[in-house]
Design a protein around this ligand. Structure first.
Ligand code: ZN
Length: 97
């Protein structure tokens, strides 16, 4: 018998899974990204009044560049934090009834 799948078909991009849904409840994933602003003027209450410098994202790729893993929180619409380890452990096709 011949091997059905040649090694050539193993696309490295395909082996890296991506997720769009919460592994716990299936809701869409969301993200918050920290923005660092410089020379900030703040009220006594701690509200930011103005700033001199900071990122000025103009398009999607600029925003994605700001999504540093340490500064980005991923969670679902139901506030479940996204845990990559948990997502990999659960099968991609879950039967929800
Ligand atoms: Zn969820």
């Amino acid at each position: 018998m011949k091997t059905p799948i040649p090694a050539k078909n193993q696309d490295p991009a395909a082996t890296e899974a991506s997720f769009t849904k919460c592994p716990e409840c299936g809701a869409e994933l969301q993200a918050t990204v920290k923005l660092y602003l410089y020379e900030v003027a703040v009220t006594a209450d701690g509200a930011v009044l103005s700033y001199e410098g900071g990122p000025k994202p103009e398009d999607e790729s600029d925003i994605l560049e700001l999504c540093d893993m340490q500064d980005t929180s991923i969670y679902c619409a139901n506030d479940h934090p996204f845990d990559p380890a948990k997502a990999k452990a659960s099968p991609a096709e879950q039967i929800t009834s």
